[in-house]
Design a protein around this ligand. Structure first.
Ligand code: UMP
Length: 497
């Protein structure tokens, strides 16, 4: 359907996120939430709208949207589309409606920054640098409608287009924006391995690693991100009920997770404006239910190294918005069922916890189905994610910093000193330093290193067991130096355990 064009044209000038917007010449801004904006644009002429854009997050997305509206006072109408499950989960559009209906109050953001807080049950922020009178003007002069479907949105846009030719409500306003600067430590760019017992603990370690050593680069979305390439996260002991810290510092809670899991586990019909769901890719996209295939495969051949599910369609290159989650591998080793997922691109702050918890639910489902349908009573093994672009967006850096300040030291100090590379027993014997490496479990001796030079011994140990944990090698260095001093002074050496 194409609606009649107005005879009066304005040019929309976006100051923020210009490449994310479809700009036109009318007076209605269309906020499509999580619905693909092209699926609305294709029903319209550019004269019908001022701009079409997504709104994903109430804490990060409303400010740039409002800044652009203030810079374009010819926009007199808003159509706010909330058509998808993600809109309900994220709450950005609802929060924008609450701003228009109920206003805002001065307060503090999660990170303690002064901000305007939207009067809403959903937490939403507007930058404090934006003048309160300007915000009140916006509320007063914008007429708006909420739509629940693309068709309804198009009808409202048509209604508004009939009222076009309103005067701009004032002059364009642009407000300053604070820039955050940060220092990056040197470190490898490719191939990081981060392990934790739970998703929550691993998440904090991941964010710390990216925030301290990630490369800062422009994103495809008019901003910057900090990024590491091929980050492997190994979660060893997530409990069956899934661990949420108390107080919960994760970006999701149990009720969000309940809504999210079906997006991975269940099939979904194609819906206009929704790019894909992982469940749909796994269950029906390739005309096979890949989850069932893998369960059958493993029941028939428990050692199979071909428990592969693919979410990547070669046709994905032809359109934007291809799935971030690409492959899932299920493997059974020593009665443990592990799940490994590869993600081409992963927002480690906002999306990874939900991705990981959803994948854990899939892993549990596959384990349980195998148990139900065969004699295999497998243990839940680790969950592993491999994120090719593991990134955090610049508009979350402040939250990441706060999280690291509050949680990282606690998590690191809480660690046990178990090292899969084993233990090292140090003695001084017959004028030599003797180091015996034992297995971490039964304590069997597997290797011996001896000599007088502590530096040389450390290098030998590192060369033989390069995966030894960094604080373990630091401890061994100190102990070997003590042993060397005792050897030199003819004193007795006792290892500090
Ligand atoms: O399950 C998902 C879906 C999306 N993203 C993030 C990764 C990127 O930051 C962005 C997708 O952008 P494109 O790569 O599709 O442009 O969303 C995830 O991390 N996990």
């Amino acid at each position: 359907m194409t609606i009649t064009s107005s005879n009066y044209q304005f040019t929309y000038t976006p100051h923020y996120k210009p490449n994310q917007l479809i700009c036109g010449y009318g007076q209605t801004a269309i906020i499509t939430g999580w619905t693909v904006k092209q699926s609305v644009a294709k029903h319209l002429n550019p004269e019908d709208y001022a701009v079409i854009g997504n709104l994903y997050s109430p804490t990060r997305g409303i400010s740039p949207l409002i800044r652009n509206l203030l810079a374009n006072p010819h926009v007199r109408f808003l159509v706010i589309l909330q058509a998808t499950k993600e809109d309900k989960n994220a709450g950005g559009c609802q929060c924008l409606l609450d701003f228009l209906q109920h206003g805002f109050t001065q307060g503090k953001s999660d990170t303690g920054r002064d901000t305007w807080v939207i009067n809403s049950e959903i937490t939403g922020y507007i930058d404090i640098e934006i003048d309160a009178d300007a915000l009140e003007n916006l509320r007063q002069y914008l007429d708006y409608k909420e739509a629940k479907s693309i068709r309804e949105a198009v009808d409202y846009i048509k209604e508004f287009a009939d009222q076009n030719n309103k005067q701009p409500w004032g002059n364009p306003l642009i407000f300053p924006q604070l820039e955050t600067t940060l220092t990056v430590l040197p470190g490898p760019r490719y191939g990081h391995r981060i392990e934790g017992k739970t998703i929550a603990e691993t998440w904090v370690k991941i964010l710390h690693r990216i925030k301290t050593t990630g490369t800062i680069r422009p994103t495809g979305y008019d901003g910057k991100w900090q990024e590491l390439i091929d980050l492997t996260a190994v979660i060893t002991n997530e409990p069956a009920e899934v661990y949420f810290p108390d107080p919960n510092y994760l970006p999701i809670d149990r009720s969000f997770l309940k809504e999210y899991i079906p997006q991975i586990l269940d099939d979904a019909p194609y819906t206009e404006g929704v790019k894909y769901t992982y469940g749909q890719r796994l269950r029906s996209w390739f005309k096979k239910d890949q989850i069932k295939q893998v369960i059958n495969k493993l029941i028939g051949e428990i050692d199979a190294a071909s428990g592969v599910m693919s979410l990547w369609d070669v046709n994905d290159h032809d359109k934007g918005g291809s799935p971030c989650l690409n492959h899932i591998w299920i493997r059974v080793v020593e009665n443990e069922l592990s799940l490994t997922a590869t993600l081409r691109s992963n927002d480690m702050f906002a999306a990874w916890p939900a991705n990981a918890m959803g994948l854990r639910a899939l892993q549990q489902h596959i384990r349980d189905e195998i148990a139900k349908r065969s004699d295999y009573n497998l243990q839940m093994g680790p969950l592993i994610t491999i994120s090719q672009s593991a990134h955090i967006y610049d508009d979350t850096w402040e939250n990441v910093d706060k999280l690291i300040t509050n949680q990282y030291a606690k998590i690191i100090n809480n660690r046990d000193y178990f090292d899969p590379s084993g233990n090292f027993l140090i003695e001084v014997e017959d004028g030599q330093i003797m180091v015996k490496q034992t297995t971490p479990g039964s304590g069997e001796i597997v290797a011996c290193y001896s000599g007088k030079n502590s530096g040389k011994l450390i290098r030998e140990i590192c060369a033989a067991s390069p995966a030894i944990q960094p604080d373990h090698i630091g401890y061994l260095g100190i102990e070997l130096q003590k042993a060397y001093q005792c050897l030199k002074m003819g004193q007795q050496y006792i290892q500090d355990q």
